[in-house]
Design a protein around this ligand. Structure first.
Ligand code: NAP
Length: 432
């Protein structure tokens, strides 16, 4: 049995996640103490503004604006980093590890960019880093990859891992809203930040995919390795046509392994509407993983929010505290293989939806088909949409068979140069 009377925690950040964590540690203190073997005690809480009014203020006397009060306190065993952002959080974590503190973090940016350096530092200092909440909020993902799926060769991940964008595309699908209106609605409901760029441009999903792909393929996937596009060029029309064709449009984070080569990308995609992923709506997340032994498994739930994220953070804290109490050695971090071969976006092969506005005159389709044919792209189906008589234009929607991205992009450029083509309305990759 352990000899500790209590285990001390330094909490960095008391915002959405931090206050959920503080509340959980406070309200469930007896149950947690039973699981650990001794009580957990929050000793200090780092904030930026001491005067700020807070909904959960039980720990007001513990607040500080000085990170050193946590980092240099020899009594603190575990530091929970939920301040967010990259630079300061990274420094705090490194300093805390150097002072031999175990770390729990929800910080996807720091983990996706700096995990190898942090794991090495943690190993040197014989402490542990846990980051379950950094991807998928309350959905268990990091632990399953580190444990339950270890015997598998993971071949693919298809994930909806950004609740803000999934809320927006859901409203565009169900209510026929345009992008700007759906975004405004998401902001009014608190699902999108005042500056939503990181979410709608796909950057948030990139950080999370980097973490998942690193775990899945056991090789370092850095955010810079990931090709990405956001959702702002999607229109109500694309959603209408997708539905007519039997698809939903989702912002997908995709990681695939073919032999030893890996492709990682985040972009809007057509998803057949009978697939489970196509029916993941609103702010919910779903992560579909394929392994050679397990087949397909899907993790579904709330990918953000105070309580779901606290669920993951506090679980990490409990496990670390159990180890400290039992004086167990930190578990080894994930073993990573040597450098990967990444497949650039220009070399991926997929199907495409393309929407083209053309002059409403005979022979137009033949000209576009010829260009596609010249680039070895065959057409799976064509729909001519309603003509705009006043403008003398018509809209053509084409679904292709699988084609190489570089060939498709060249064909798009040539199509755009045709005199009869007014505009390439959009193109979207298809994930069958
Ligand atoms: N929100 C979610 O649902 C969610 C889900 C999963 C993961 N995460 C991750 O969790 C982390 C925290 O997110 P959050 O939504 O809780 O953020 P937040 O609401 O903005 O809270 C940040 C907290 O950190 C404090 N803080 C920020 N910078 C600081 C600094 N330089 N020095 C001292 N204190 C500082 C703030 O102090 P004040 O209170 O005084 O302003 C605040 O208490 C991020 O890494 C985020 O990506 C969030």
């Amino acid at each position: 049995m352990g000899k500790r009377e209590s285990i001390s925690i330094g909490l960095m950040g008391l915002g959405v996640v931090g206050s959920g964590v503080a509340k959980t540690l406070f309200e469930k203190s007896d149950a947690i103490a039973q699981q650990v073997g001794c009580p957990l005690r929050i000793k200090k809480i780092l904030v930026r503004d001491l005067a700020k009014k807070r909904d959960f203020d039980v720990f007001h006397h513990l607040l500080t604006t000085d990170p050193e009060q946590i980092i240099t306190d020899p009594e603190i065993d575990i530091v929970i980093e939920v301040v967010g952002g990259e630079t300061e959080a990274f420094e705090y974590i490194k300093e805390a590890i150097s002072k031999r503190k175990h770390i729990v973090t929800a910080n996807k940016e720091v983990i996706s960019k700096h995990s190898l350096e942090l794991f090495a530092l943690a190993s040197k200092n014989k402490v542990d880093i846990r980051y379950e909440a950094s991807v998928g909020g309350g959905i268990p993902l990091v632990a399953p990859f580190q444990r339950d799926l270890l015997a598998n060769n993971i071949t693919a991940i298809h994930a909806i891992i950004n609740g803000t964008t999934n809320y927006i595309v859901t409203r565009m699908t169900k209510d026929g809203l345009d992008f700007a209106t759906a975004l405004r609605q998401a902001q009014e409901l608190g699902y999108a930040e005042a500056n939503p760029a990181n979410d709608i441009d796909g950057v948030d999903a990139v950080y999370k995919l980097a973490i998942l792909a690193t775990l899945a393929f056991r090789t370092e996937i850095h955010p810079d390795d990931i090709y990405y596009e956001g959702i702002s060029r999607l229109t109500a029309r694309d959603f209408r046509y997708a539905k007519e064709l039997g698809y939903a449009i989702k912002l997908l984070a995709i990681a695939k392994k073919e032999k030893q080569a890996i492709q990682v990308r985040v972009h809007p995609a057509f998803v057949p509407e009978d697939l489970l992923l196509a029916n993941v709506d609103g702010v919910f997340n779903a992560i579909q993983v394929e392994g050679d032994l397990v087949g397909r498994v899907i993790f579904y739930g709330r990918g953000a929010g105070s309580s779901p994220t606290a669920s993951a953070v506090v679980a990490d804290v409990i496990q670390l505290a159990q180890n400290i109490y039992l004086e167990s050695r930190p578990r080894p971090q994930l073993k990573l293989y040597k450098a990967k071969k990444l497949i650039p976006i220009s070399e991926i092969k997929t199907r495409y939806y393309m929407r083209v506005t053309v002059a409403d005159s005979p022979g137009v389709l033949a000209q576009i088909s010829k260009i596609l044919g010249d680039h070895s792209i065959s057409i799976a189906s064509v729909i001519q949409k309603e003509a705009d008589e006043k403008a003398g234009t018509a809209e053509i929607v084409i679904m292709t068979h699988p084609a190489q991205e570089s060939a498709f992009q060249k064909a798009l450029q040539r199509t755009l140069r045709l005199a009869v083509v007014k505009e390439i309305g959009n193109f979207i990759r298809v994930e069958d």
